[in-house]
Design a protein around this ligand. Structure first.
Ligand code: MRU
Length: 346
């Protein structure tokens, strides 16, 4: 039990190295990996050791520190050119979460102003991004919780908590804050096939932080909403377009459509770094396709009929018109559209 209902951290910089809690192994094993170079960091992002848009961005910023150290020590004169290839490798690790490119843009801007060994400045930047993310999450927690009436039930999808961010979480941060304020009667998490982020990760975090959670299968979302037990669907995002369209874990759009049908409100919680004002609308958001084996197998064992194929988009788009509120650390946008998003982002 802790006062804050917030004890999990999954990204650490320790002894001059990047340490990640291997999210593929949760909840059965808590294994920490120490990453020494760019290729290992890019692989950790691609292979879901670390996942969740803000956590991916923070990890990439620490990855840039490792890359810069190696390149500068190898060639103190020509390190900038070779470092660029490392930053490109990190940028390509996953396509949908815009926080990855956002963090690497910050790294590039920092490098533009540097002379000499870049390691210390890049480490200071990575630490700053990490701390800012946690502070933004706490602010969003307050703003989002203020929208929720006492006695409410909530449903969340995927994992948007400390594991998916620098700490505290986006949608799960709102749930943490609302729980602490005594506003929630019930917290439901859906399993989130095929990676089971809800069953494996969200449930693990909430149980550790002493917040009671009930799992439902993804297919139970309509029946749950019809039963009247939830008043809010609260989710995160991997990229919010300039018109308020929301890319998030596959299944989010389904839940949002059902929510509208049953009068359940939809809250999207994401830092301003997730808002991509260069992407006009849903059609411009790249959707990651992942291997068919993620559907055809479970924990490495076949679960589908031999010979079956699979189509495995990792994200979907919830149109802005289905969203009741976008919560960022800059403020809340109700019923988002292009004009309101532009005003929010300045
Ligand atoms: O494939 P994942 O696990 O990286 O997908 C994560 C999500 O879709 C989250 O909802 C999103 O990144 C927001 S996390 C604060």
């Amino acid at each position: 039990m802790n006062d804050n209902h917030d004890c999990v951290r999954a990204v650490h910089w320790e002894d001059n190295a990047l340490r990640l809690l291997d999210q593929r192994r949760l909840p059965t094993e808590e294994i920490w990996l120490t990453l020494a170079d760019t290729a290992a960091v890019a692989a950790a992002i691609r292979d879901m050791v670390v996942r969740g848009a803000p956590a991916i961005g923070i990890t990439a910023a620490y990855g840039a520190v490792l890359a810069a150290r190696h390149r500068y020590r190898s060639d103190p004169l020509a390190w900038r050119q070779t470092l660029q290839a490392d930053l490109d490798l990190l940028r390509q690790a996953r396509p949908t979460a815009v926080n990855l490119g956002w963090a690497l843009d910050r790294v590039s801007a920092c490098l533009d102003n540097l002379r000499g060994d870049p390691e210390a400045a890049l480490l200071a930047l990575a630490r700053e991004l990490h701390e800012q993310d946690i502070a933004a999450n706490r602010r969003m927690g307050d703003l989002g919780a203020a929208l929720i009436e006492a006695g409410s039930g909530v449903l969340t999808h995927c994992n948007t908590g400390s594991l998916a961010t620098g700490g505290y979480g986006t949608a799960l941060g709102v749930i943490r804050s609302a729980w602490r304020q005594g506003k929630l009667n019930a917290v439901f998490a859906d399993e989130t096939r095929p990676w089971l982020q809800g069953a494996r990760l969200t449930a693990w975090e909430l149980v550790r932080d002493a917040i009671p959670v009930s799992l439902v299968v993804d297919g139970a979302v309509a029946h749950l909403m019809q039963s009247g037990q939830v008043q809010w669907l609260i989710v995160g995002s991997d990229r919010i377009a300039a018109n308020g369209d929301v890319a998030n874990k596959i299944g989010t759009c389904t839940a949002a459509i059902v929510a509208r049908y049953y009068g359940v409100k939809v809250m999207v919680v994401a830092p301003a770094s997730t808002v991509d004002m260069h992407t006009a609308c849903a059609a411009d958001i790249p959707i990651e396709q992942r291997p068919a084996e993620e559907i055809l197998q479970l924990a490495g064992r076949p679960v589908a009929a031999p010979g079956a194929q699979a189509w495995n988009p990792a994200f979907d788009i919830t149109p802005a018109g289905l969203v009741d509120a976008i919560v960022t650390e800059r403020g809340v946008v109700e019923r988002p559209d292009a004009t309101k998003m532009a005003a929010l982002m300045g």
